[in-house]
Design a protein around this ligand. Structure first.
Ligand code: GTP
Ligand code: MG
Length: 149
């Protein structure tokens, strides 16, 4: 089954958006299989954003993501990687459509509230970077037949 890694960044936590964001993925019909709040270490943040290490904003990005608690999550469901990216919206909240998380709650690219894996393979790597197997629950919601034919 397809899984993705989502993380509510320190701005989303500070602004009290945790419940609202989790609610959106729950009511969409995806299944929460991993959840924890933590302040990421420098090492973890640098690994997570390794693809951006040559970019001019890398240092600020890592220092921001380690500046306070984030809510790390794994969500499961058919097409969850691409669907979550759509629900999150464009990287720059000013370009994100209303109805998306960044479109509804953000105004700045360096404060864009939430991270979502950009592809299935990235998702697998990020899930294993942030979670151990023991931290992930294999379960099936009893409402599943009402969500998926
Ligand atoms: P993530 O889900 O966080 O990975 O966002 P994304 O996939 O929409 O964007 P990308 O992976 O290209 O960039 C990662 C993060 O770096 C973004 O979410 C932004 O927080 C930050 N970022 C990207 N581009 C810029 C930029 O031009 N300036 C600044 N300050 N931050 C940027
Ligand atoms: Mg990205």
């Amino acid at each position: 089954l397809e899984r993705t890694f989502l993380a509510i960044k320190p701005d989303g936590v500070q602004r009290g958006l945790v419940g609202e964001i989790i609610r959106r993925f729950e009511t969409k019909g995806f299944t929460l299989v991993g959840l924890k709040l933590l302040i990421p270490s420098q090492e973890l943040a640098e690994k997570h954003y390794a693809v951006h290490k040559e970019r001019p904003f890398f240092k600020d990005l890592v220092s921001f993501i380690t500046s306070g608690p984030i809510v790390a999550m794994v969500w499961e469901g058919d097409g969850v990687v691409a669907s979550a990216r759509k629900m999150i919206g464009a990287t720059n909240p000013l370009n994100a459509e209303p109805g998306t998380i960044r479109g509804d709650f953000g105004i700045n690219i360096g404060r864009n509230i939430i991270h979502g894996s950009d592809a299935i393979e990235t998702a697998q790597n990020e899930i294993s970077l942030w979670f151990s197997d023991a931290e992930l629950a294999n379960w099936e919601p009893t409402i599943k037949p009402w969500l998926v034919e």
